[in-house]
Write a protein that binds this ligand. Structure first.
Ligand code: 13P
Length: 255
């Protein structure tokens, strides 16, 4: 596949995998994906497995490590939080921010996500900023309005230099873990809308460089068609990233 932007496919393991399971999964992925150079591959284990996975990842050349969240503060009295300085000890490169599950269960706001995104960049890490509408919002024809509010709010304060080092993930909430994938046209339309918005917020050249992942029931069977869309530059995979075979097949089918 010949695309303007290099594909980036990340596995969001969410609150799954013990240390032993995580290490096994990484070993299988290392074996299955050794030859892949065309795609940036990222795995995002839970915090408790970052250390063991980071050791195993040293053996691989083409798999990078991501975290699933990060504090907007750096060290101090913030019980239960994890900061950039801690993630960097484990060679973390990417941090997922504003996942819809955190927006829902932890009540994360766009303003908080923007602070976290700035903190991620300040630490020379790369954020993967998630946005997406609910089913009710889509049915009420509010998709673009919701995406605009989330994109503008969650990226507030970022510079042009920072936005090109930011990955966005369009994850329609109704497609997450439901087996319902957005149609390729729905995905492409949302991605193109986000890119036009980035051009307005920053400029055309920067918008062209930003990679926008699709997330929501991505499987080996639908990966190729989704990735073939002009503005779809990768995937953020939940359930299908928990098993080496399906995650590796998503990546191989996308090339
Ligand atoms: P599923 O792939 O399980 O639908 O999850 C998508 C997701 O939330 C990735 O962040």
């Amino acid at each position: 596949m010949n695309k303007e932007r290099k594909l980036i496919i990340a596995g969001n393991w969410k609150m799954n995998k013990t240390v032993a399971e995580a290490t096994d999964l990484l070993a299988d992925l290392t074996r299955d994906l050794a030859a892949v150079k065309e795609v940036d591959i990222v795995v995002c284990p839970p915090f408790t497995a970052l250390q063991s996975v980071s050791k195993a990842i040293l053996e691989t050349k083409n798999i990078k490590l991501g975290a699933q969240n990060m504090s907007e503060n750096n060290f101090g009295a913030f019980t239960g939080e994890i900061c950039a300085g801690m993630l960097k000890e484990f060679s973390v490169r990417y941090v997922i921010l504003g996942h819809s599950e955190r927006r829902l269960y932890q009540k994360e706001s766009d303003a908080l996500i923007a602070k976290k995104a700035s903190a991620v960049h300040a630490a020379a890490l790369k954020p993967i900023v998630c946005v997406g509408e609910t089913l009710a919002e889509r049915e009420a024809n509010q998709t673009e309005k919701v995406l605009e509010t989330q994109v503008r709010g969650s990226l507030a304060g970022l510079t042009k230099e920072q936005i090109v080092e930011t990955v966005l993930a369009y994850e329609p909430v109704w497609a997450i873990g439901t087996g319902k994938t957005a149609t390729t046209q729905q995905a492409q339309d949302a991605h193109a809308f986000i890119r036009r918005l980035l051009a307005k917020m920053f400029d055309e050249a920067a918008a062209k460089k930003v990679r926008i992942q699709y997330g929501g029931s991505v499987k080996p069977a639908n990966a190729k068609e989704l990735m073939s869309q002009l503005d779809v530059d990768g995937a953020l995979v939940g359930g299908a990233s928990l098993e080496a075979r399906s995650f590796a097949d998503i990546i191989k089918n996308s090339i």
